[in-house]
Design a protein around this ligand. Structure first.
Ligand SMILES: *[C@@H]1O[C@H](CO)[C@@H](O)[C@H](O)[C@H]1NC(C)=O
Ligand SMILES: [Cu+2]
Length: 256
C-alpha cells in the first residue's frame, strides 16, 4: 500500500517536470538513473569560498551575499589568520566577548609547501549583516575585514575605515560558529604564490665582469616567467558575481 502511494506521488512529480519524458523503469537489480535538476541546483544551498590571506592580508571577496543554509568556506592561504566577528560599531574587537554566538575561527596558518588547506566552514543561519575581521597582529588595522550580507555598498567602506582607525585588535578565544577542517590544496580556490627561494640571490657581479657571461644567468632562472600566471586568485575575487564559475561544489548534502 505504501509503495503504491509512493509510486503515484513520484508519477505526479515526474509529470510536473518540464521534461515530459518519464524515465524508463530499470530492470530489477540494475542501477537506476538519478538526476539532480539544474533549476533546483540554481537555488540549492551553496558553499561560498572566501580566500583568507595570501600575498596580502585580505579576504577575497570581502563582500559576500549568502542565504540561510549556505556555507561560507574560509580557505586559509599564506600567513596565520582568523575569521572573527565584531559588532558593526566595534571594529577589531571580538563580538564573542559580549555575545556568546560571536563567530571565531581561531588562528589557522598556511606555509609554503603545504598540500592541505585549513578551512573554517561557517553555516549561514541568518541574513543579518555580519562584520568579520582578522585578529592576527595588525591585519585588521591594515583592512583585513569583510562583510556578509551588507544592506548597502557603503557598509564595507565604512567598516574598513573604522578598522583602520583602531590602534590594536583584540583576539577571539573559543572557536564558535563554524567547523575547522582541511581540503586538498588542489581543490582550493587559490594557487599559492611561488615559494621563496631558500637563499637570497647572490650580490650583483662586479661591474668589471665579462659581459658575455651575463645573458646565461637570467635565462637559467625559471621563477620569473611563472609568477604572473599564479598571482591572480581565481573566480571568487569578484564579489558582484553571484555564482562563481569555479565553484564546483554547489549543494550541501544533509548529514546522514
Ligand atoms: C598563529 O598566531 C597565533 C596568535 O598570534 C599564535 O598563537 C600561533 O602560534 C600562530 N601559529 C603559527 C603556526 O604561527
Ligand atoms: Cu590576518
Amino acid at each position: 500500500m505504501k509503495f503504491i502511494l509512493g509510486a503515484s506521488l513520484l508519477a505526479a512529480t515526474v509529470s510536473a517536470l518540464p521534461s515530459p519524458a518519464p524515465p524508463a523503469a530499470a530492470a530489477p537489480g540494475q542501477p537506476r538513473k538519478f538526476t539532480i535538476r539544474q533549476d533546483f541546483l540554481a537555488t540549492a544551498n551553496k558553499i561560498i569560498p572566501v580566500v583568507v590571506g595570501g600575498p596580502q592580508d585580505t579576504y577575497a571577496p570581502n563582500v559576500v551575499t549568502a542565504a540561510v543554509g549556505d556555507i561560507v568556506q574560509f580557505q586559509f592561504s599564506n600567513g596565520n589568520h582568523t575569521v572573527t566577528q565584531s559588532a558593526a560599531e566595534a571594529a577589531c574587537q571580538p563580538l564573542q566577548a559580549t555575545v556568546a554566538t560571536g563567530v571565531h575561527s581561531g588562528h589557522i596558518p598556511f606555509v609554503d609547501g603545504q598540500t592541505e588547506v585549513g578551512t573554517f566552514n561557517m553555516p549561514v543561519t541568518s541574513t543579518d549583516t555580519m562584520f568579520l575581521y582578522c585578529a592576527t597582529g595588525p591585519h585588521c588595522q591594515e583592512g583585513q575585514v569583510m562583510v556578509i550580507n551588507p544592506t548597502d555598498d557603503q557598509q564595507i567602506v565604512d567598516y574598513v575605515k573604522a578598522s583602520q582607525s583602531t590602534t590594536a585588535s583584540v583576539d577571539g578565544t573559543a572557536v564558535v560558529g563554524g567547523t575547522v577542517g582541511t581540503i586538498p590544496l588542489a581543490e582550493a580556490a587559490f594557487v599559492p604564490a611561488p615559494a621563496e627561494e631558500a637563499a637570497p640571490p647572490a650580490a650583483a657581479p662586479p661591474a668589471a665582469a665579462p659581459p658575455a657571461a651575463a645573458p646565461a644567468e637570467p635565462a637559467a632562472e625559471p621563477a620569473e616567467p611563472a609568477a604572473p600566471e599564479t598571482t591572480p586568485p581565481p573566480a571568487p575575487a569578484d564579489p558582484a558575481a553571484p555564482e562563481p564559475p569555479t565553484t564546483t561544489i554547489t549543494i550541501t548534502v544533509p548529514p546522514v
